[in-house]
Ligand binder design. Structure first.
Ligand code: PLP
Length: 372
């Protein structure tokens, strides 16, 4: 069986270092908000190229805290609108509604599955305060047009960078492109902890201070509470693991690119629509705009293809089977129509891709996809 994602194998590569780090944390007697978190925050900020990285409990909290901080800062208030892609993972939307802001869903581009930037302006109202871009499947969602729309209308750009750590646009890393970004280190992400954790990055001094306080009960100084905050912090043990794994992230992402390239060149089944990105195959080797968190193909006969692959020992997943506006949790949005989003949710299938997929496995998967 080829597992969709072999986390055991990924972490086994670093087992000796991880065990050593765990032992050090256990022996230190200090488990939260210590030196290892500080060190990881510095490492992450340097890697992304921003002034501040703040460790938080998970990716959802990272996005929640950014919006909560903007509300505290008076940049937005309850009922204001945030533009967000309709086909994102539900966490992006949960972060918005949890803050009593209104998600304004916008269709993705059918080719990249990223927010269709040409549709943004028609959705802007006097209540719009921010655009949340999601670098879905590991591909950068950014353009000069996006920057100019935000500037013209005075909107913040918040990046949901849960899936694209390490990707770059014009030499700038995702997480440093917008006003603030949320990261997830869920074990299955490109930089995965061995448990939950996340981070916020920004160059804004005030935002960084407020996010840090909000994640720690709204307190900058122990027992003095400025805001009604949350408890959302990164553990010392996870921070120690993440500093180790961050050193290998570029190598792992490069391996993902090689596997993606193999699939792109060798999946020839005419019934399959391959992922395309904003660069040609020719320049593919050099393109850093995609870190291939997922390799998502599209086909009319998705369920049949998935059954065929399962029968032949290949585990695949669907990202995602039900769009947020069709979920029970969002009954108020159930009546809305997003034909592109709904079509992609019926047709997409994610093939195994990770730093530990072997050449032989990629070859076998390709053969099986080509024989349906
Ligand atoms: C994983 C993910 C999140 C949430 O991260 P958690 O750490 O699981 O809370 C948010 N947005 C997107 C696009 C994700 O893929």
């Amino acid at each position: 069986m080829i597992n969709f994602l072999d986390l055991q194998k990924i972490n086994a590569q670093y087992a000796a270092e991880l065990k050593q780090a765990a032992a050090e944390v256990i022996d230190s007697g200090w488990y939260l908000l210590g030196e290892r978190v500080k060190q990881f925050e510095t490492n992450l900020a340097n890697y992304i190229g921003v002034k501040y990285a703040i460790g938080v409990g998970n990716g959802l909290d990272a996005l929640r805290l950014i919006l909560k901080a903007y509300i505290q800062m008076g940049v937005m208030q309850e009922g204001d609108e945030v533009i967000v892609p309709a086909n994102t993972y539900i966490a992006s939307i949960l972060a918005i509604t949890d803050n009593r802001l209104k998600p304004i869903l916008v269709e993705p581009d059918i080719n990249t599955y990223n927010l269709d930037i040409s549709l943004i302006e028609q959705h802007i109202t006097h209540r719009t305060r921010a655009i949340m871009v999601v670098h879905l499947y590991g591909q950068v969602c950014w353009s000069e047009k996006l920057e100019s729309i935000a500037k013209k209308h005075g909107l913040k750009i918040i990046e949901d960078n849960a899936q694209a750590i390490g990707a770059e646009w014009n030499g700038v890393k995702t997480g440093a492109l917008g006003d603030a970004a949320g990261f997830s280190f869920y074990p299955g992400k490109n930089l995965g902890a061995l448990g939950d954790s996340g981070a916020v990055t920004t160059n804004n001094d005030q935002l960084a201070k407020v996010v840090r306080a909000l994640g720690n009960y709204g307190s900058k100084q122990k027992y003095i509470n400025e805001y009604q905050g949350l408890n959302s912090r990164i553990d010392e043990i996870q921070a120690a693991f993440l500093s180790i794994k961050l050193k290998h992230l570029d190598t792992e992402n490069q391996r993902r690119r090689e596997i993606a390239q193999y699939y792109l060149e060798n999946i020839t089944n005419p019934g399959i629509i391959l992922p395309i990105s904003d660069f040609s195959l020719f320049t593919f080797h050099f393109s850093l705009t995609h870190v291939w968190h997922l390799f998502v193909i599209r086909t009319q006969n998705r369920d049949k293809l998935q059954k065929h692959l399962t029968k032949n020992g290949i585990q695949t997943l669907i990202h995602y089977p039900i769009p947020p506006h069709k979920q029970m949790a969002y009954k108020g949005l159930n009546g809305l129509n997003f034909p592109i989003t709904e079509k992609t949710h019926k047709q997409v299938l994610s093939l195994p891709i990770s730093s530990v997929i072997e050449a032989e496995q990629a070859k076998y998967i390709t053969q099986q996809v080509n024989t349906v």
